[in-house]
Write a protein that binds this ligand. Structure first.
Ligand code: ADP
Length: 247
């Protein structure tokens, strides 16, 4: 926490918005002469639920890669939990990524491990003890409603269930931000809604949730903050909004 935020909290109490993601005049160019993101400034506070929408090629994946420090901006500053990513050293990158749980369109589960192991894997990487893993994994699987499927393998579950396992894996290390990149892209409408309700519940319990999506119906029904990116520029940022890809 920065000294400024600490001071404001002291003056105003605990209800002060705390930024978890901040981009200040960020541009990213992969090749000279073209920009995937152009002068993007953006702030997402603790506890928010945000949709990021925009056509293919508009810069959404670039934004996610920048937040995970998979790539670096050509100019501008990025802060995650008030940490300036340009000042994070190579060996500190795993710790940054642990603060951000990620869910992908394609689930990305390990096919040869059962559900328990798929979630436990994320805890083993950070060297949690077996005792803690035995406690945490069933607990997080119960949040996504799959405690009774711990011994199954991914191919024994439906697409919606596999995505719920991926959500559990993203959550097990208690990240401050849950980033979902097209989480419903491979799901039918019923399972899509179940995943979105789950993400909404997780948000209500305190985790900041950022969802990149093309799913107009979901964005329109949920009426959350919607940030629209076009050609690398934020063209709108509304507190409670919808989305139409026709725009
Ligand atoms: P989205 O996720 O919204 O589809 P991207 O962030 O993937 O958009 O892409 C934004 C722009 O950057 C596109 O024009 C894309 O072709 C370009 N781009 C993305 N990744 C790379 C890369 N690794 N090298 C060169 N150009 C890239």
């Amino acid at each position: 926490m920065s000294r400024k935020t600490d001071y404001i909290k002291k003056v105003l109490g605990d209800n002060v918005p705390v930024p978890v993601i901040e981009l200040v005049n960020v541009s990213k160019s992969y090749q000279p002469g073209t920009e995937a993101l152009s002068d993007v400034s953006l702030r997402i506070d603790k506890g928010e639920f945000v949709f990021i929408v925009g056509h293919s090629g508009s810069g959404k994946s670039t934004l996610i890669k920048l937040l995970m420090k998979e790539t670096s901006p050509s100019s501008g500053k990025i802060f995650v939990n008030n940490k300036d990513l340009s000042k994070i050293r190579h060996h500190q990158i795993p710790a940054l990524r642990r603060k951000i749980g990620v869910v992908f369109q394609s689930f990305r589960l390990l096919k040869d491990r059962n559900i328990f192991e798929n979630v436990a894997f994320a805890q083993r990487i950070i060297e949690k003890s077996s005792k803690e893993i035995k406690k945490n994994v069933p607990a997080v699987l119960s949040i996504v409603g799959l405690e009774d499927k711990m011994d199954k393998f991914p191919n024994e579950l439906s697409g919606g269930e596999q995505q719920r396992v991926a959500v559990a894996r993203a959550l097990v290390n208690a990240p401050s931000i849950l980033l979902a990149d097209e989480p419903t892209g491979n799901l039918d409408p019923k399972n899509s809604w179940e995943i979105m309700k789950l993400l909404n519940d997780i948000n209500k319990r305190g985790t900041t949730v950022v969802v990149v999506t093309h799913n107009e119906e979901i964005v329109n029904v949920m009426q959350k903050r919607v940030i629209t990116i076009e050609h690398g520029v934020i063209v709108s940022d509304v507190k409670r909004g919808g989305y139409s890809s026709e725009d």
